[in-house]
Design a protein around this ligand. Structure first.
Ligand code: TTP
Ligand code: MG
Length: 362
């Protein structure tokens, strides 16, 4: 199953925030960093300053020599954390599978997102537009079937751009890709490759797995996959996933309970697929049904259960429906994962408790 991964990376993040908060800086070369007189370094700088050769981690004194008009602003860490939180709240509207890499960078797995007709390209465009409008800074994005390619792609049309590598374009994209773009290929490895005449991923593809292992040690195995555009690493959230669910907003409200019940088998199918795709050992703790009525009032009903069962979902749906007794605009089905449940919420039977204790030695 193809995944849809978006890599988001803000443009000159710290500098963008400072310029946003002081519009007089617009168009001028600006860096955020330490004092040149006190051996400070540049954390980042805007694209105007980059034209002079200024870059991250450079001594501020050197940056000032390269660009005498450079405005150097001391960092305000709290402001950047605030902005990062605000951006994550935007991401959360599209997926809960978010892997932050730094304050301004994150992977999003939007394989299960139904917004924007499920198009990752449109989701990325919408996220970028919201960041521009709500936060007044710009974000670049890469869209691809895996993390490796999404990260490469976010750099492709930077700043303020996005680039998409659809699954059918992966082979063509990697053959032309310079090996220096592979994460983990630093200066030393790049030089070694150059001496071997390896310039692009296509050149790498001519080597067998064994040859790559001999040449590059354990990294060789990864090189073998990455040079073919293969990267199975999942998007890893900071917090373990607590539930898996599907929901659907209907074009026309479902007028009665009978209509709602009739939708459940389809939703259950989707839920099963999603659980399967989550690629993990799932231990069910509870089932739940969510209903949003025509007046946007939402209710969720749940019950302890260890298995996916249509009849239980039907009962939950009936209980939920009777709380409103009016047409329904959205129906959702889901499971709460057992690891995420409080010990005391589990059924009070000895075997279950014993298993839980074993799972969690603390
Ligand atoms: P980056 O995303 O690497 O850089 P950037 O956002 O400034 O620029 P780009 O448009 O190329 O993405 O890093 C994000 C922030 O992290 C950056 O704004 C400042 C901070 N940072 C440092 O403090 N020191 C560093 O050496 C780097 C690379 C970044
Ligand atoms: Mg950035």
């Amino acid at each position: 199953m193809n995944r849809k991964i978006i890599h988001c990376d803000c443009d000159c993040f710290f500098a963008a925030i400072e310029i946003r908060d002081d519009p007089a800086l617009e168009g001028l070369p600006v860096a955020v960093g330490g004092d040149p007189g006190k051996r400070g370094v540049v954390a980042t700088c805007n694209y105007e300053a980059r034209k002079f050769g200024v870059h991250s981690a450079m001594a501020s004194a050197r940056a000032r020599r390269l660009c005498p008009d450079l405005i150097i602003i001391p960092p305000s860490k709290n402001k950047y954390s605030e902005a990062s939180k605000q951006m994550h709240n935007i991401f959360k509207d599209y997926t809960s599978l978010i892997e932050p890499l730094s304050l301004d960078e994150a992977f999003l797995d939007v394989s299960d997102c139904d917004k924007c007709k499920g198009s990752a390209t449109l989701i990325a465009a919408e996220i970028r537009q919201r960041v521009r409008e709500e936060m007044k800074i710009t974000l670049s994005a890469g869209i691809a079937p895996n993390k490796f390619l999404a990260k490469v792609a976010s750099d492709w049309n930077k700043p303020d751009g996005q680039y998409v590598i659809t699954p059918d374009k992966v082979s063509d994209f990697v053959v032309a890709l310079n090996v220096r773009k592979i994460f983990g290929v630093g200066k030393v490895t790049a030089e070694k490759m150059q001496n071997l005449g390896i310039d692009t991923c296509q050149d790498l593809q001519t080597y067998s797995q064994t040859e790559l292992l001999t040449l590059f040690g354990s990294f060789g195995e990864r090189l073998y996959s990455l040079s073919r555009g293969i990267d199975e690493r999942p998007v890893v959230t900071e917090h373990p996933r607590k539930s898996i669910s599907v929901e659907l907003t209907y074009n026309k409200d479902l007028p009665t309970l009978k209509h709602c019940i009739a939708e459940l088998p389809d939703l259950l199918d989707k839920l099963e697929q999603r659980i399967h795709r989550s690629n993990r050992q799932v231990s069910i703790g509870k089932l739940f049904v969510k209903l949003k009525f025509t007046d946007f009032i939402t209710t969720t009903v749940e019950q302890i259960s260890q298995e996916l069962d249509l009849q239980q979902f039907q009962q939950l749906c009936q209980t939920g429906y009777e709380r409103g007794n009016k047409p329904v605009r959205l129906l959702g089905l889901g499971i709460r994962l057992r690891e995420a449940l409080n010990f005391y919420q589990l059924p009070l039977n000895f075997e279950d408790n014993a298993t839980t204790k074993q799972d969690n030695p603390n």
